[in-house]
Structures are given as structure tokens and as C-alpha cells.
Design a protein around this ligand. Structure first.
Ligand code: GLY
Ligand code: MN
Length: 460
């Protein structure tokens, strides 16, 4: 945990932003893998962590702004519990570390909230993303699961986003720790990957580094020789010489701050000629996009810049015809780059995504796109000092998509489908770094992780 002053100040600021009413924070529960007592690794809700820092299951909190009261609801361990878990620090002592002195039992939540509802005090809550949250809202506030998203408090969402988007120095230090561990995972990926190994074998070794550093993964490792499949988790292929291996992996620290990095390497010792050409197109787009990140620039414009650089490169290899910028204006890049350039990162790898991408990544004046490619751009708004974002362009040759566009002769004024056919089985390349926006520009977080062709081949 950070010092209790951090949590007290955050809640103070939140109270003044929301103004009135009562804020209900739902903590997360343990999730049974196959029965109640055999659980998945526990992950606390990130907004709960941000305001209270308490990283264990079955606690909830309220901030009663109108009556200036803060309460944690949870239970002390019983003797029966201690037989299984061993003794732990009492709940009231943990709560005191977050600056909270009022602790009530879990069984008191329901009556407490019924009283609040009956005196018509406004109750703010965030959109539920777990089934258990929805059931609690039904039980405690009589809000059905179908209505719960729509009844979430927009003023609370906006207030939380307006705070969590700006990372403090102590948060940046934690994120950088996560990125450093993520760098170690990627260095290991580059050291150990060999033809004949399975994707799983490599992924498992990377996971052990994240756990060994005291935290865990910030998302399941994507380790694949089919880099064109954006989020594949099958990992059951044997990696072959001549293929590339894409690794998208990140660690989260014990305090749950995240890293998120991607590198693509030759599975054997060297890139082939076409792999090198394509890799360098992505590298140029990625480095151009990182260099463009600074306060004031719209991230949607950085995305457009990266897309243009990708098409400029594809023009050099004969796949694209005409003016690359004009081609981007016609969405030609979405045949090769179907996702967004990046996203906010912090306590969540896609930071605050559960609060709604429109609120996190866009503004009243800049709405999130709805068309293919653009609908996957999670962040479009102007960058500001304190934001931490990922920059992760890629080229993804998806045979099913190529076949569809070719059959429709779609945008053939810009695309040479005969040349493209030669790249049909190329697979995919992505390169991703984590970037802090500073007062004057930006800084790539963490220890350096090689990404030039020579640098990557030097590691093989
Ligand atoms: N690292 C996975 C993602 O950004 O979606
Ligand atoms: Mn990412």
C-alpha cells in the first residue's frame, strides 16, 4: 500500500468532485475454479484499490459525502477461518492503514443501504462487470442486473476517470517496476525461444518470472507463431524455424500496477528478408508514434500517423498503390491494422476499461468511432502529462479478411491484390512499449528492451 495520506487525499478529492450523495464501492470476491474453496488468483477491483488500497476479498466501502462518513464493511477472521488461513492482521488495523476508522460487519451492508435508500439519499455506484456485483446491487438496492449498467453514476465515472488518468510520481514508480519485470520476461522470451519448443513451454517460463517478482501477470500471455491472431490464447503449436514468434506479455506488481509489452522475433536465429522488411515497417511506425506522443496531441492523430507509416512501408513492398495518407482516409490500413494504436495503462492493463471507453478514451466533442478498425481504438483524446499509454502498432495479415476484401475487390485503387497474395501467410508483427506523457513530451518506461532487427537478432 501507499501511505494512508495518499488514500485519504484521493477520497477527499473524489468527494469534492462528486459533490453530494453516497458512493458505494463494491470490492471483488474470490472466484471458485471448480468449487468454492479452490480459487483463481484473487484480483481486487482496481477502483477499490485506488481509493482504499485493501487487496483482499469480501470487503465493500461507502463514502457518505453528505454526512462526511467513510465505512468499510467486512468481517474479522473467525477461529474456523484461521485454522485454514493462519492468523492475519485484523480488518480494523488494515482499514486504519487506508485512513478508515469505521468498520462494520458484512451483514450490516444490506440494512445500512436500505436505510440510505429510504431516506432518498442518492447512491452512486460504478458499472458492474462481475456477476456478483450485479447480484449485490439487486439484493441491496433492488436494481435488476438488466438495469445496473444504465443506472451507474455518470458523475462518479467521470470523477474517477478524471483522477485515475493522471498517474502520480509514486504510481509511475510502481508502473515502471511492472514494466521492468515485463522487460525481464521479454528478454527471457528472446533468450529461450527455439524451433521445436511449444508456445506453451515458453509462455509458462515467462509467467514464472512475473510471479517470482512478487506480483503476477497483468493479462494472460499471448505467445504465438500466428501473430496475426490478435488475442490468441491457444499456445499449443510447436514453433518452427522460419516462423516468427510474437510475445505480448506483461507483469503486474504486488500493488497491482501493470506493464504491457510486445516483441516479435524470428523463431530461429534470423528474420527472413520479407520478415525483416515487414518488421522494419512496423518498427518505423512504432518509433514515429512514440516520438509524436506529447501533451496536446490527439491520440487518434498518433494512430493515424502510425497507420500512414504502415501504408508508406507497404507501398515500398508493392502492396499499396497511390498516396498512403489518402489510402488511410479511405480506411485501407484496416486490412492490415485492425485494432487501435494503444490504450491507457495503470492499475488495469486496459486502464479503467470497465468504466466505459467513451469516458476514458474520448470526450464530449470526440466520440469513439463505430466502424471496422476505428471501433477498436480505445483512446482518441488529447494526451496530457501524467497519462501512461501503450503504443503498439502492428501488421496483421489475416487470410480470412484478405479473402473477403479480395472477393469484393474492395479499395482496389489502393491495394495490389496480386502482390498481397504473396504475403497471405506472412502472419503478424506487433511492437509495443509503455509511454509516460511528461510536461514537454514523453518517456518510454522501464529498462531498455531491444527492438531493432540487429538488436533482436543479437539476442538469438
Ligand atoms: N496486451 C493485450 C492488449 O493490450 O490488449
Ligand atoms: Mn496493449
Amino acid at each position: 500500500m501507499f501511505s494512508k495520506q495518499t488514500y485519504i487525499q484521493r477520497r477527499q478529492e473524489l468527494k469534492s468532485k462528486v459533490g453530494s450523495g453516497l458512493i458505494l464501492f463494491l470490492g471483488n470476491e474470490e472466484s471458485g475454479m471448480n468449487y468454492r474453496d479452490n480459487v483463481y488468483p484473487f484480483r481486487q477491483d482496481s477502483t477499490f484499490l485506488y481509493y482504499f488500497g485493501l487487496d483482499f476479498a469480501s470487503i465493500h466501502a461507502v463514502i457518505d459525502i453528505d454526512n462526511d462518513q467513510e465505512i468499510i464493511f467486512g468481517d474479522e477472521l473467525t477461529l474456523d477461518d484461521i485454522v485454514w488461513t493462519g492468523p492475519k492482521e485484523p480488518l480494523h488495523e488494515k482499514a486504519a492503514k487506508a485512513g478508515i476508522t469505521h468498520v462494520k460487519s458484512l451483514s450490516a451492508v444490506s440494512g445500512y443501504l436500505h436505510d440510505v435508500s429510504s431516506r432518498k439519499q442518492n447512491i452512486h455506484f460504478l458499472p458492474p462487470y462481475r456477476g456478483e456485483h450485479s447480484l449485490k446491487l439487486l439484493d441491496w438496492l433492488n436494481i435488476s442486473p438488466a438495469e445496473a449498467q444504465a443506472k451507474a453514476s455518470v458523475s462518479l465515472i467521470k470523477a474517477v476517470v478524471s483522477m485515475r488518468s493522471y498517474k502520480s510520481a509514486e504510481e509511475v514508480a510502481e508502473i515502471e517496476k511492472a514494466v521492468d519485470t515485463s522487460v525481464e520476461m521479454h528478454l527471457e522470451f528472446m533468450r529461450i525461444t527455439r524451433p521445436g519448443m511449444t508456445e506453451k513451454e515458453v509462455a509458462g517460463k515467462l509467467q514464472s518470472i512475473a510471479i517470482g517478482q512478487g506480483g503476477d501477470l497483468s493479462y494472460p500471455v499471448i505467445l504465438t507463431v500466428n501473430g496475426e491472431i490478435l488475442h490468441t490464447h491457444t499456445r499449443d503449436l510447436v514453433m518452427q524455424d522460419g516462423q516468427m514468434s510474437l510475445c505480448d506479455a506483461g507483469a503486474e506488481t504486488a500493488m497491482r500496477y501493470c506493464g504491457d509489452l510486445t516483441r516479435t522475433i524470428p523463431t530461429g536465429k534470423r528474420f527472413t528478408t520479407i520478415q525483416k522488411e515487414m518488421y522494419e515497417i512496423v518498427l518505423n511506425a512504432q518509433e514515429s508514434a512514440v516520438a509524436a506522443c506529447k501533451p496536446g496531441i490527439l491520440f487518434i492523430d498518433v494512430h493515424t500517423l502510425a497507420a500512414t507509416k504502415l501504408l508508406e512501408g507497404l507501398k515500398q513492398v508493392g502492396v499499396i498503390k497511390g498516396d498512403p495518407a489518402e489510402a488511410v482516409a479511405h480506411d485501407v490500413h484496416t486490412l492490415f491494422f485492425q485494432c487501435g494504436l494503444g490504450h491507457m495503462m495503470g492499475l488495469d492493463v486496459h486502464d479503467m476499461e470497465n468504466l466505459g471507453e467513451q469516458y476514458v478514451g474520448y470526450t464530449e466533442d470526440l466520440k469513439k468511432g463505430t466502424t471496422f478498425g476505428w471501433k477498436s481504438l480505445r483512446l482518441g483524446r488529447a494526451l496530457e502529462p501524467g497519462f501512461v499509454v501503450t503504443v503498439e502498432p502492428g501488421l496483421y495479415l489475416i487470410p480470412t479478411l484478405i479473402d473477403r476484401w479480395k472477393a469484393e475487390n474492395k479499395l482496389s485503387q489502393f491495394i495490389d491484390y496480386n502482390e498481397l497474395e504473396k504475403l497471405r501467410d506472412f502472419t503478424g508483427v506487433r511492437i509495443e512499449d509503455d509511454v509516460l506523457i511528461t510536461e514537454n513530451g514523453s518517456r518510454v518506461l522501464g529498462k531498455e528492451l531491444v527492438k531493432s532487427v540487429e538488436g533482436v537478432e543479437g539476442m538469438r
